[in-house]
Design a protein around this ligand. Structure first.
Ligand SMILES: [Fe+2]
Length: 248
């Protein structure tokens, strides 16, 4: 019991994200959250040695093309080639090295390679849509991919998800996982998307939108988008409850 009490006490030096940064578990407009949002307060579970010292992914587990989603098959992936890069930072702007950054996304047609994705976007035999990389000593990560297409979903009439890439971050232990989505600048579908708009603070919401970066863009090759992830503090990136939404 003493452990439980200790787990709920604020951690010294920890700066929580300001109100409105994270979407509420039950977001009006985002229909399925009404069913899965917990109706009882969370129980604090003390972290034991297993969660903090258990094995995590290391460099040896990563394949040479895990960061390049356009080169995981024999042929070329279809679509606008993009580079997505940025840094993982803590609440004081310090780099977070060796964080496992994983992404998953739809292909250029907006279709996921997933049994439950039945919409009529075409599948691309040369694109799976999953990647992962470890941040370097400066907290940097970099992916090569294709720009995902928008896709329809049945949340409301004529509902379309803006183009987005799902991100998952693991820290030094598997118990430390954060999930969010990255969007592209100036997407006309933002206004009708209840997932994007579930982040109450409009300033925090904009942190989910990558910046086009011409320095990151490679001539004759790919457009560059910069997306930093901030784990804590006033500039924290909004994160979802674990798992993200239905089709992942
Ligand atoms: Fe998605």
């Amino acid at each position: 019991m003493e452990d439980l009490v200790r787990a709920t006490e604020p951690v010294v030096g920890y700066v929580p994200a300001p109100e409105g940064t994270n979407p509420p578990l039950d977001s009006p407009g985002y229909r399925s959250t009404a069913l899965r949002a917990p109706h009882r307060p969370a129980l604090p579970v003390p972290t034991s040695l297993t969660e903090t010292t258990g094995p995590v992914f290391g460099l040896e587990r990563l394949g040479p093309n895990d960061h390049d989603l356009t080169r995981q098959h024999e042929g070329e992936a279809v679509g606008q080639r993009i580079i997505v890069a940025g840094r993982v930072l803590d609440g004081n702007g310090r780099a977070v090295p060796e964080a496992l950054v994983e992404i998953w996304q739809a292909n250029a047609s907006g279709r996921y390679r997933h049994d439950q994705d039945g919409w009529r976007g075409s599948l691309d035999p040369n694109f799976t849509g999953a990647g992962r990389v470890l941040t370097d000593a400066e907290g940097r990560y970099r992916f090569v991919s294709v720009k995902p297409g928008a896709y329809p979903w049945k949340n409301h009439h004529n509902a379309w998800r803006p183009a987005h890439i799902h991100f998952s971050l693991f820290g030094q232990a598997f118990a430390q996982r954060l999930v969010t989505q990255m969007y592209f600048p100036d997407d006309p579908l933002f206004s009708q998307d209840p997932i994007f708009n579930a982040v109450p603070d409009p300033v925090a919401r904009q942190r989910l939108v990558a910046d086009y970066d011409h320095d990151l863009t490679e001539a004759e090759w790919a457009l560059g988008f910069r997306f930093d992830l901030v784990l804590r503090g006033r500039a924290r990136t909004p994160f979802e409850d674990e798992g993200g939404h239905g089709l992942g």
